[in-house]
Design a protein around this ligand. Structure first.
Ligand SMILES: Cc1cc2nc3c(=O)[nH]c(=O)nc-3n(C[C@H](O)[C@H](O)[C@H](O)COP(=O)(O)OP(=O)(O)OC[C@H]3O[C@@H](n4cnc5c(N)ncnc54)[C@H](O)[C@@H]3O)c2cc1C
Length: 494
């Protein structure tokens, strides 16, 4: 008889693990708090516009291809490469930097500020590439103990040791001289949810993944096609997703979780239970583990909060590319206060994505669907969001000034999510958008494990367990969790 698996959460992690297991003959059921699958990789349809609500691009496309191959399916969505990867504009400057993957073309833009940019960039990327390939084993392994993790770390070439003691900014600055180029290249640290000044230098390996190894990709029809595609594959395997059902309690017997209990007191059970809700939050809130109490979680390092805005405008913006970063002129000062100081209204730094640019079906004819993301403090540092309109108005004014077109009279649809919405929708700790940060003491063997400390039949998948946050990492997480479950079953049937 097939083993029954219950998954809590229909985010990318839950869906991908569900498909891997269903394809191997497990009988899978998924419970989701919200009325739609996807978790943070979600979609909003409003006033005739379609918006991707969280992720707007992905890297490491080969992780998705491998996932599809391992599940024995064709990739259930189509993606295309972005080049330039993104554009960057500094305040009060007419210059727009385009991040081309062709390094010679990229270097043209820094020829005055750094004549040797091309040579320096190639050296920087060569080192980033070595970091990527040499640390891959750490990202793609399960650890049975801290000692096991430390042993895996010891496999990494010791030549990389100095990079562990540098932050992201210092590692970039070690090779690149122009201040603008340093700021632009170190923006990747923000994608990991922190700043270049508190992200360890090893993550400069991401520069290699974006410029050389692979790139950045968009999905035809919008990012939510990833979720729609996987859900269709799950339907073919008769996997049932039960929506509007939040798990709030449990019943256990010794080292076995017997039942999960939902908000309406209904009991759920299975042979194996997988938690796709945040691995730290669920242990604290539902399993009531003292090590994950609210106070203990507050003392951990979390990624930024996100203030996101979804704007439908009734005009076209041909001058704006897919992915655009709008920066101020005080990078260091900004980075030092972005996560902790509640006053954000003056000159926020922000990102704008134009989904309708290559997906015209996402906006009515002659219109544009825009997505803004502004990094903000999480709810530990800013509890009151009554000023959210001031923040978004200051972004809209700044954006209008930079593109030299007043979009204010053209706004026909506007939705804003503050960290309160991100927290409440997806049970994210204090509205932290990307989950636990990737500081050295919160990754690998130090991250919340993907198997439970007490219940032998409980496993975790997603951004706050190993290996980390972002869509490709969550796909890797689903593989690690699947492998753990197969091992657990093999041991039990011995
Ligand atoms: C604004 C923003 C922009 C981002 N941009 C990018 C990007 O461009 N590229 C990229 O690669 N990554 C990006 N990310 C990160 C990416 O979205 C996440 O890493 C990824 O989607 C996490 O997937 P997950 O399955 O781990 O968790 P989630 O997506 O959070 O899924 C967990 C699911 O569990 C459900 N749940 C929680 N608690 C319970 C409960 N008690 N009972 C039942 N269900 C429950 C939630 O509702 C949710 O559906 C972005 C994130 C944000 C917030």
């Amino acid at each position: 008889m097939s083993k029954k698996v219950l998954i809590v959460g229909a985010g990318l992690g839950g869906l991908a693990t569900g498909l891997r297991l269903a394809k191997k003959g497990y009988s899978v059921e998924i419970i989701e708090k919200n009325s739609q699958a996807g978790g943070r990789l979600n979609q909003l349809k409003r006033d005739g516009f379609t918006f991707d609500t969280g992720p707007s691009f992905f890297s490491m496309s080969y992780e998705f291809t491998e996932f599809a191959r391992e599940c024995g399916i064709s990739l259930p969505f189509k993606y295309y490469a972005l080049d330039p990867l993104y554009n960057v504009n500094f305040k009060s400057s007419p210059v727009i930097y385009s991040l081309y993957k062709d390094i010679a073309k990229l270097a043209q833009q820094f020829r005055e500020s750094e004549p040797d940019f091309e040579k320096n960039m190639r050296k920087y990327l060569e080192k980033s590439g070595r970091l990527y390939h040499d640390t891959n084993v750490v990202i793609k392994s399960n650890y049975d103990s801290l000692a096991d993790y430390l042993l895996t770390l010891m496999k990494v070439n010791p030549l990389h040791l100095p990079v562990i003691f540098r932050n992201f900014w210092q590692q970039v600055a070690h090779y690149i001289k122009s201040d603008e180029a340093r700021q632009i290249l170190s923006l990747v640290a923000f994608f990991l949810g922190r700043t270049p000044f508190d992200t360890v230098g090893v993550y400069t390996l991401l520069s290699y993944t974006e410029f050389q190894h692979d790139g950045y990709f968009n999905v035809e029809g919008g990012m939510y096609k990833i979720i729609e595609g996987i859900v269709k594959e799950l339907e073919k395997e008769n996997v049932n997703i039960i929506y509007d059902t939040e798990i709030t309690d449990f019943l256990s017997e010794d080292s076995r979780l017997s039942y999960l209990i939902d908000i309406n007191n209904k009991k759920w059970t299975a042979d194996i239970i997988i938690i796709n809700a945040d691995a730290a939050v669920f242990r604290g809130k539902v399993f009531r583990r003292p090590q994950f109490s609210e106070e203990k979680l507050d003392r951990k390092e979390w990624t930024m909060g996100s203030l996101t805005m979804y704007l439908g405008i009734d005009c076209k913006l041909p001058e704006v590319e897919h992915h655009n970063y709008y920066l101020g002129n005080n990078y260091r000062e900004y980075a030092s206060k972005v996560y902790t100081r509640p006053e954000i209204t003056d000159t926020p730094y922000y990102y704008v994505n134009v989904l309708s640019r290559s997906n015209p079906e996402c906006a009515p004819e002659g219109s544009e669907s825009l997505f803004f993301v502004c990094p903000v403090p999480d709810l530990r540092f800013k509890t009151n969001w009554d000023d959210k309109d001031d923040i978004v108005n200051s972004m809209i004014d700044d954006f209008s000034a930079r593109i030299k077109k007043d979009i204010r009279p053209h706004i026909v649809s506007k939705t804003v999510y503050t960290p309160v919405d991100w927290q409440d929708q997806f049970n994210l700790h204090r509205g932290s958008g990307l989950g636990l940060s990737h500081k050295m003491m919160q990754i690998g063997g130090f991250r919340p494990k993907n198997h439970d400390e007490i219940f032998k039949n409980v496993f975790y998948v997603g951004a706050s367990t190993i290996p980390g946050t972002g869509l490709p990492m969550v796909i890797i997480s689903s593989k690690l969790t699947y492998e753990r479950i197969e091992k657990y079953n093999a041991l039990r049937s011995e």
